[in-house]
Design a protein around this ligand. Structure first.
Ligand code: ADP
Ligand code: MG
Length: 695
């Protein structure tokens, strides 16, 4: 059989089973079946005996004979079949509720059987319900191989005679008649990593001779999967490098220099300087830049972005900054206005809530080039926003934007603008390597000096009075406090009720006129939000009770305490983001995680992680480990979730190796002239379109 052969022609399949395989597993060809990997193997050398059974729910293999078959009617068309199974050390009862007729016809006294399943105790006797069962005979691997593959199956499959044993027989038939498996990885890689060949690996992953052979097969197939994923991304990247000319920003001009010498109130950190250099190199290379800027909360990414925008402006272009919320865009706008005062640069804010008449004026200024820097939200990507000459796009807090939205900004200039994507919080190394494999990456791995790490504590309800008296001390010392509530109900009304209950409780501890408490939530208009933010910023309110609208980017250095209510309802990256709202000034800051008493395992782990580290990169790793990639935001289109065998959580060394190999190959041989196999892959890659669209 060849991998491309229709599965219906595999011996033992036929039209009706083929239909089930297609519907349940998406298996259409022999190749698909070959890539349907067992999720584990039963080691038959580890055979048990009935006398030695101790543990319920352990999957065991037993070998013995059957006797005393009995059928009991349990309903109109229902019956129960029981059979005694003995192996010389004891007897166990096998029980079937379904398919009894078929089993009865098959079982023969005197024949030795292997049975597999989970035994349980019923009425003081060992029994096993619906065991996997096979007669011992012949040379076939399924019957006598040391490792029996166990495949994931569905109920529908079982009813159609496609249980895991039947699947094993099919894969066995297939590997015994398999032809046309070509090597796909370059020979050099196979040798360097001592990987088994593709054919050997594909057979061994189903029918290994030893544990080592199985491991080697798994490694090979994981590597292959990650390698081709990297090839997709990096090919797209190198295509762009070769074919999409970028603007050349070679000058460092007045704006940049004046800002640098007159406007920055503090020295840049070493990491900020390095990252600005990397970006500058990109922007004058003649290729379009696509760079990811990673840095922990508070590491000073915004300043880096601003300085890169000045470079673009010094070279005659415009720049834009797209942020995920109006609050954040507005805040960036105010920061930019303040920092750029007197430099002679036109800055505008374009967000949904700007009045239509003003919008029109702003758009006209953008189109004429009078505006050098425009900051905004999604409003920026509307079709009627045109630039005189957009040279640099900065996207803040990347994970909230879809691929579609990004590509719309790309299209606003020819040649396309340079693109700098900033993450809100660090993302795990493996994710960055896979999901952003097509982006170059700069990391700010240093916080500005003089920051005290935020101290984080976990508290439960009985200690609330102590928590509040601590807040009082801080406020009386001139500091400010956030109290944040999660969205729990996914219903604005109920969430608002939580928030208002919270507000009332806070107000009862902190009565007027001595204390001022304000409230911020998504239901307020942009003006109301800006008003509340401004009052808090100016120190007119002491406590800000809020939902997560303050999560991203809000910057009030005098705020030193972040109380997170129902903290168990927040994800790690959100908790980290929220905590990043304090510790931005010179004073020691605190984060207090309020939870109920009883926590689930993963909630406990999140709280424990938060209390034990402030390093965003460590938190990101823990987050990925706890949640798995399936629940991470923004990964739906990344391909990471389609991985068959590799895991970006558990296979980090392989991810890195695959990435490096692809990079080395492409830099030595950008057209893959020496790798016809890889060229062929690129030509047929399903990801090609997606990735060329993004870039
Ligand atoms: P991020 O966006 O990376 O979370 P920001 O750009 O908001 O961080 O910076 C956080 C704070 O640190 C801001 O108040 C900013 O002015 C300040 N900051 C940035 N760079 C430096 C530096 N080199 N030294 C001191 N403070 C800095
Ligand atoms: Mg920021």
């Amino acid at each position: 059989m060849l991998p491309s052969d229709d599965i219906v022609y595999l011996k033992g399949v036929g039209p009706s089973k083929a239909k089930v395989l297609a519907a349940e597993l998406g298996i259409h060809t022999c190749g698909d079946l070959l890539q349907y990997f067992p999720f584990r193997h039963i080691d038959r050398s580890q055979q048990s005996t009935i006398a030695s059974l101790t543990d319920e729910n352990q999957y065991v293999v037993l070998r013995g004979t059957v006797s005393n078959m009995q059928t009991v009617s349990t309903g109109k068309y229902r019956e129960r079949l029981t059979v005694d199974f003995s192996d010389g050390t004891g007897t166990l009862q096998l029980v079937w509720f379904q398919g009894t007729k078929w089993v009865r016809g098959k079982l023969k006294p005197g024949v030795r059987y292997n049975i597999m399943g989970k035994p349980s105790v019923f009425n003081g006797q060992w029994q096993m319900t619906h065991p996997e069962l096979e007669a011992e005979s012949g040379e076939q691997r399924v019957e006598s191989g040391k490792f029996l593959p166990v495949y994931p199956t569905t109920e529908k499959m079982k009813h159609s005679g496609l249980g895991t044993r039947a699947m094993a027989r099919l894969t066995e038939t297939l590997v015994n008649s398999l032809g046309g498996i070509d090597e796909t990885l370059p020979q050099g890689i196979i040798e360097r990593y001592r990987l088994p060949g593709r054919r050997e690996a594909l057979i061994a992953i189903h029918y290994p001779d030893s544990q080592q052979q199985l491991e080697a097969a798994r490694t090979r197939l994981k590597f292959e999967e990650l390698f081709f994923m990297q090839l997709d991304y990096q090919w797209a990247h190198s295509e762009r490098q070769q074919h999409s000319a970028g603007r050349v920003f070679s000058a460092v001009g007045d704006h940049f220099n004046r800002f640098y010498s007159e406007k920055i109130p503090f020295p840049l950190t070493g990491a900020q300087k390095r990252v600005i250099r990397e970006i500058r190199e990109d922007m004058r290379s003649g290729h379009q830049m696509n760079r990811l800027l990673q840095g922990d909360v508070g590491s000073g990414k915004t300043l880096v972005a601003l300085m890169c925008m000045l470079l673009a402006i010094d070279n005659g272009s415009q720049a834009c900054l797209m942020a995920p919320t109006e609050i954040l865009a507005t805040q960036h706008y105010n920061t930019f206005l303040r920092m750029l005062e007197g430099i002679g640069i036109g800055v505008d804010l374009l967000i949904g809530s700007v009045r239509p008449a003003d919008k029109k004026k702003i758009k006209a200024r953008i189109a004429s080039g009078e505006t050098h820097i425009v900051i905004g939200t999604h409003a920026l990507i509307e079709d009627d926003v045109t630039f005189r000459d957009l040279g640099l796009v900065v996207i803040d807090e990347q994970h909230r934007f879809g691929v579609e939205q990004r590509s719309k900004l790309w299209a606003k200039a020819t040649p396309p603008p340079h693109v700098l994507v900033m993450t809100a919080t660090p993302i795990p190394r493996t994710l960055a390597m896979t999901v952003y494999g097509d982006l170059d990456c700069s990391v700010i791995d240093e916080l500005p000096p003089g920051r005290h790490p935020v101290r984080t504590y976990h508290r439960t309800e009985p200690r609330r009075p102590l928590v509040f008296s601590f807040l009082k001390k801080q406020i009386d010392a001139g500091r400010q406090v956030y109290v944040v509530y999660p969205l729990i109900h996914e219903s604005e009304k109920l969430d608002l009720k939580d928030l208002i209950d919270g507000l009332e409780m806070v107000q009862s501890y902190f009565p007027r006129p001595q204390y001022h408490v304000s409230m911020l939530h998504g239901g307020l208009s942009a003006e109301e939000k800006a008003f509340e933010m401004q009052r808090f910023k100016e120190g007119k309110t002491h406590i800000m009770v809020a939902t997560t609208v303050i999560e991203v980017g809000v910057d009030v250095p005098n705020a030193t305490v972040m109380v997170i209510e129902n903290a168990e309802h927040f994800g790690l990256s959100q908790l980290h983001q929220l905590r990043g709202r304090v510790g931005r000034g010179a004073e020691q800051s605190y984060c207090i995680l309020m939870t109920k008493d009883q926590l689930s395992y993963s909630s406990q782990e999140r709280i424990r992680t938060m209390c034990s580290t402030t390093d965003g990169f460590q938190i990101a790793e823990a987050d990925l480990r706890l949640r798995g990639p399936g629940d991470m935001q923004g990964l739906q289109q990344s391909g990471v979730l389609d991985l068959k065998i590799a895991s970006i959580v558990d296979d980090e060394p392989l991810v890195a190796a695959a990435r490096n190999e692809v990079r080395d190959i492409l830099s030595a041989d950008p057209t893959l002239a020496a790798y016809p196999m890889l060229q062929d892959y690129i030509r047929h890659s399903k990801n090609k379109q997606l990735w060329s669209k993004i870039s």
